[in-house]
Ligand binder design. Structure first.
Ligand SMILES: Cc1cc2nc3c(=O)[nH]c(=O)nc-3n(C[C@H](O)[C@H](O)[C@H](O)COP(=O)(O)OP(=O)(O)OC[C@H]3O[C@@H](n4cnc5c(N)ncnc54)[C@H](O)[C@@H]3O)c2cc1C
Length: 400
């Protein structure tokens, strides 16, 4: 077996990259001390695939959120083009400029060759090491693990034939009637994609469409709400608070305005606040029954009804949580302040860190906070102090 790796990151998405870049920013030697393992064999594959699939041109979050350790890495760029930042108070970066920043970050941090291709299938502890088995039969051992796998439970209405949380509608043809279930930005993006292909989108939403710039209120990025969250002692109450802060799907003002215009012009049909009772899908079409008794016939039905972080849906997380006897509430683990499964050298980032980080744990903002905490822990610092989320008063009280 090869010599042990100091830090093995499972997954190579934005959360993994944010941590790797944070470590390299502290000491470039980290580039040789960490390895990420991901089926794609490269950084950011699933993120890119989702953006390609939904044909997203701009991120939903503001310019300060990205994997670079410098929050202003995008806004300070000298090559910004006219469409790279959305107009208005909350500027959101284009995918182009986000991708450029990420590519340069990987290069400048020396992380080009840090991802091994493979899916981790099994993890066992062996003394002070973790021994991981990959799907191609290889074995990697590591002193520390970071779980950045982002396995989630998709909530798909019964009768909708869809396995992934996000459906692919790029094969819609002209004249096709497509029911899109969901009231968030993804549902609106899907309706847009159907329209672009001269199809006819029929949107069905559980509640009245809610306008909001971001999926999480900016107050959750700092002390405004995080101080109160930090004072909640009960882990279950924390998860419920985080979930209610996220609420259901929401749509940014510009996108909602555009959708309303399309509805008025008759190019989109909207059934707002009319939940789906049941859906039936056959090989030739679909039929959707709504709460008010209406029945919609269409060529296909797709759902953008969200997903939740879930230990149960992540075989590796389940295995590690069981072995370490970590408490689980609402399907997420109760980590320590270092974001470790308590008593182990296994760190967790992403939505599974909701008990510690709150509603934005799975977003890019959460990635930065978890990177700061995990890097502090690995480098001998104090994670709570280096986490930019809560105020210093609350952190001091918490640390006693
Ligand atoms: C369409 C869309 C748009 C979004 N836009 C934004 C936005 O603008 N701003 C924002 O803040 N957030 C956004 N988010 C939310 C969030 O930031 C992203 O979902 C982000 O990709 C999460 O990063 P991650 O690293 O946790 O997970 P991922 O990007 O999903 O990466 C996880 C990786 O782990 C790998 N993996 C899984 N299991 C294993 C295993 N057993 N072994 C090895 N590897 C494994 C996967 O293959 C994957 O490559 C968006 C989400 C979606 C769905």
């Amino acid at each position: 077996m090869a010599p042990p790796i100091e830090v093995l990151i499972l997954g190579a998405g934005p959360h993994a990259l944010t941590l790797a870049a944070e470590l390299c920013d502290r000491d470039p030697a980290w580039g040789q001390r960490l390895v990420a393992v991901d089926p794609a064999g490269c950084w950011m594959n699933d993120w890119n695939a989702r953006f390609d699939q939904l044909e997203i041109t701009h991120l939903r979050s503001p310019t300060v959120h990205h994997p670079h350790p410098d929050p202003h890495a995008i806004s300070r760029r000298r090559d910004l083009q006219r469409n790279d930042l959305t107009p208005g108070g909350y500027q959101r970066p284009s995918r182009r400029v986000f991708d450029l920043t990420v590519e340069e970050l990987i290069e400048s941090s020396g992380l080009n060759d840090s991802v091994i291709g493979g899916r981790v299938q099994d993890v066992r502890s062996d003394g002070d090491l973790w021994v991981t088995h990959l799907d191609d039969g290889r074995t990697l051992s590591a002193e520390h693990l970071v779980l950045a796998t982002n396995r989630r439970r998709a909530t798909i209405p019964t009768g909708v034939r869809q396995t992934a949380a996000i459906p692919d509608v790029r094969d819609v043809t002209a004249g096709e009637r497509v029911v899109v279930i969901g009231g968030g930005l993804t549902a609106v993006q899907l309706a847009d994609q159907v329209l672009t292909r001269d199809g006819f989108p029929i949107m069905v939403t559980r509640r009245t469409l809610v306008e909001r710039h971001f999926d999480v209120d900016p107050g959750w990025m700092g002390p405004k709400y995080l101080d109160g969250f930090e004072r909640i002692a009960d882990p279950t109450e924390r998860v419920l608070t985080a979930r209610s802060a996220r609420g259901g799907g929401t749509v940014p003002p510009g996108d909602l305005e555009r959708l309303r215009r399309e509805v008025e012009s008759g190019r989109v049909e909207l059934h707002e606040g009319n939940p789906v009772e049941r859906a039936e899908t056959t090989d030739t079409g679909a039929c959707v029954h709504l709460a008010d008794g209406r029945m919609i016939r269409a060529d296909r039905v797709v759902a953008a009804t969200g997903s939740l972080p879930s230990v149960d849906d992540d075989p590796i997380a389940s295995q590690l949580v069981t072995a370490s006897e970590t408490d689980v509430v609402c399907d997420v683990p109760v980590l320590d302040d270092h974001l470790r499964l308590p008593g182990t050298t296994v760190y967790v980032t992403g939505g599974l860190a909701t008990v510690q980080l709150g509603p934005a744990a799975g977003n890019l903002a959460g990635a930065r906070r978890s990177a700061k905490r995990i890097a502090a822990s690995l480098c001998g610092g104090t994670p709570m102090i280096e986490d930019p989320g809560t105020s210093s008063e609350v952190t001091a009280t918490r640390l006693g």
